[in-house]
Design a protein. Structure first.
Length: 349
């Protein structure tokens, strides 16, 4: 994914709503982006504006309407456009209604576009997801795949980030996506403060696979929670599946199966994600050399850290630090290193 520079004027986030909009999805965009500030009590980082294909009263899927004063003209000047779901419209056809198509055509070619829940149907119908990875609510995935077979649909994740185009799963996954975009724009500290102020987790583990009903379930049982908590306290050391399974007195096979059921991803993928997040925190909040950050996050070498940050974020550790702290790492960005990266991920694959 492409990182976006935080050194810019307050960005306009336009929310395109249609009849049948889900109020929660409209509200979370305003709440989360509206809370993002340079520092607690500082200037707002985003201007959030609601618009509709035709301004006026817009029905929600609740027992009230919203009065939308702005039309699609605001989309042309927006840095980000977010399309919430409309259960009245989204799954009917692979073609957009005329006013919605015209509104989507008003979006600039460099504008970041994101969807919440079945809003992904709009992005796909507008041609923005052609050949791209995307997600939507798990209950709508079969219909989405039927209407848009050329889209690389991933039904298991909470959100996808293709750089310019992003999608999220169900309503609450819109929270995850908004925090991700804020984090991408302005760093983990700003996103974490938004999460704290709105009393939501800054990052949820796993994907929506954990929310899909299963024939057999054991509600309320966290089979791997203790191992995950322990792993987070020991990210700087090599961790193996056998060791993690042993924390729960399970075989590796049983632990792996139950971990995936609970979290939605494999233990190895989860562990890499936690280490990347730890590295981001250290790069933003400390002057620690990149090689030391790599050790503290459990990647072992700077080259291994660089490989995983490039895969996860599209930037090197030093470029990330320059973006979010405005300082260069003493040892450069490691572009010329040829260290072995195979042992740096810390096991648990």
């Amino acid at each position: 994914m492409a990182m976006m520079c935080k050194d810019r004027a307050m960005e306009r986030v336009a929310v395109l709503v249609r009849d049948g909009v889900l109020p929660m999805e409209l509200g979370i965009v305003h709440q989360l982006f509206g809370e993002a500030r340079e520092a607690p009590g500082g200037a707002r980082l985003y201007e959030v504006v609601t618009c509709a294909p035709v301004p006026g009263r817009v029905r929600t899927d609740a027992d009230f309407t919203v009065l939308v004063e702005h039309g699609p003209e605001v989309l042309a000047g927006a840095g980000t456009v977010i399309v919430p779901a409309s259960h009245e419209q989204d799954e009917r056809s692979a073609r957009l209604p005329g006013p919605v198509a015209a509104a989507m055509a008003a979006i600039g070619p460099d504008t970041r576009v994101a969807s919440v829940c079945t809003g992904a149907f709009v992005l796909a119908a507008a041609g923005l997801l052609e050949g791209r990875r995307a997600t939507t609510h798990w209950r709508s995935c079969a219909r989405f795949a039927e209407l848009f077979p050329s889209v690389d649909l991933d039904p298991d994740v909470l959100y996808t980030d293709g750089g310019r185009v992003l999608t999220s799963a169900g309503e609450a996954a819109g929270i995850d996506l908004c925090l991700h975009m804020i984090r991408r724009d302005h760093g983990a500290a700003v996103a974490n403060e938004v999460a704290r102020r709105t009393v939501v987790p800054p990052h949820r583990e796993g994907g929506q696979a954990q929310f899909v009903p299963r024939p057999v379930a054991e509600p309320g049982v966290a089979w791997t929670g203790a191992a995950r908590a322990w792993a987070l306290e020991h990210l700087d050391r090599p961790l193996t599946l056998r060791e993690l399974a042993g924390r729960e007195s399970m075989s590796v096979r049983t632990f792996t199966r139950r971990f995936r059921e609970e979290v939605g991803v494999s233990p190895g993928r989860w562990l890499v994600r936690q280490r990347v997040e730890r590295a981001r925190q250290l790069l933003e909040e400390t002057d620690m050399p990149v090689d030391r950050v790599a050790v503290e996050a459990g990647f072992g070498t700077g080259a291994s850290l660089r490989q995983h940050m490039q895969a996860a974020l599209g930037v090197s550790p030093s470029a990330y630090r320059v973006t979010f702290r405005g300082v260069h790492s003493p040892e450069g960005d490691l572009d010329g290193r040829s260290d072995d990266v195979g042992a740096g991920a810390g096991g648990a694959s």
